[in-house]
Design a protein around this ligand. Structure first.
Ligand code: 5GP
Ligand code: MN
Length: 341
């Protein structure tokens, strides 16, 4: 965090504040981990702090210290709205534009008179905050919360609760320290978090070894639906609403499926299309290797965005039309896909 932003934040936090911390819709490990890490940190500085998520988060995160205190906007609209009316400061974490909270909550945020602070690592940050700590090179927002504490000369406040939350966010957003966003500094931060009480084996088990039999069967269906297009170095997976329903789909169950498509030899671009009849959309996750930017691809064609190698978006066409359109777009990218890595 640069000196100017640090000074602004120091001033904002100089006296006790009513603070809300907000993550993005469909919160993932980094959204929940970074928000809860910051929650414990700001509480330790004497601020009245609450975490609000737009909607529920996956069961595999429901052991994180402090997660029971998170308010889910969808479930407690009135209580959340009141909190926004009285908040002095709103921290927005792990997203780059207010659209990412979705629905009514976006309007609540747009009309909120509190001062905003953004901590985020996505491309093209919007300009709504009085202090914007944005760094697209960072592995995760959770890593940034560690640097945020450090910049405020408060690394000594690193508690076991903070360490567990931040480690979980870093671990999940880097695919367990595999993606290219994992820097030497990421490992140094992880080491400090382990020293502060984050047990890596326990955290790994809590996050990854909680598969339900239904999820494993759904993975089987997803792998069976895998389509490989060798000439375009692309592989994609589809899941229909019926396939999800038949396997008692729960939030988070499809997390990581797209990585199997990316793990096929020679593939640099992987996509998963997931039908969501309730929202009348197809939710899409994009992953890539090398310099093929799925952030650009998602922005250009699917009202989405994210990072160079991991992004998301959606289509309001039905699943079949979405796939047909995707297949028709792809050849335009043949050169880029061929030279990506
Ligand atoms: P995932 O595919 O795991 O849902 O998301 C991958 C990355 O893309 C995450 O960093 C996530 O925040 C971002 N992302 C996912 N969906 C969307 C979307 O609809 N719009 C934008 N702008 N970013 C998204
Ligand atoms: Mn993130």
């Amino acid at each position: 965090m640069n000196k100017e932003t640090t000074q602004i934040v120091k001033k904002l936090l100089a006296s006790p504040q009513k603070i809300l911390i907000v993550g993005h819709k469909n919160p993932d490990g980094d959204a929940v981990g970074s928000c809860l890490g910051l929650f414990y940190f700001l509480k330790s500085l004497g601020h009245d702090t609450t975490v609000i998520m737009p909607n529920d988060f996956p069961d595999f995160l429901k052991w994180l210290p402090g997660c029971e205190e998170i308010i889910i906007y969808e479930k407690e609209v009135q209580k959340s709205t009141n909190l926004f009316e009285t908040a002095g400061l709103v921290f927005t974490l792990d997203f780059n534009s207010l659209e990412r909270v979705g629905g009514e909550l976006q309007k609540v945020l747009e009309n909120c008179s509190a001062k905003f602070v953004m901590i985020d690592h996505h491309q093209q940050p919007a300009d709504y905050a009085v202090a914007t700590f944005s760094d697209v090179k960072m592995s995760s927002t959770s890593e940034m919360v560690f640097h945020f504490m450090d910049a405020l000369d408060e690394a000594k406040k690193l508690s076991k609760e903070i360490a567990i939350n931040l480690y979980t966010g870093i671990m999940t957003d880097t695919g367990s320290f595999r993606f290219s966003s994992t820097s030497p500094t990421t490992h140094r931060v992880a080491a400090k978090l382990i020293e502060a009480g984050a047990e890596c084996a326990t955290i790994n088990q809590n996050v990854y070894d909680t598969n339900s039999p239904e999820r494993m069967k759904l993975l089987g269906v997803a792998l069976n639906n895998l389509v490989i297009m060798p000439k375009l170095h692309t592989a994609y997976i589809t899941l229909t609403q019926k396939e999800l329903d038949d396997h008692n789909f729960k939030k988070g169950d499809t997390e990581g499926f797209v990585n199997y498509a990316l793990s096929v030899k020679g593939i640099v671009f992987a996509v998963i299309f997931i039908e969501n009849k309730q929202e009348s959309i197809v939710k899409i996750s994009f992953r890539s290797k090398g310099d093929f930017s799925v952030n650009d691809f998602a922005r250009n064609h699917y009202s989405g965005g994210g990072h160079i190698n991991a992004a998301g978006g959606k289509s309001s066409q039905d699943l079949n039309k979405t796939i047909t359109e995707f297949i028709s777009i792809l050849p335009r990218y043949k050169d880029e896909l061929t030279h990506a890595s």
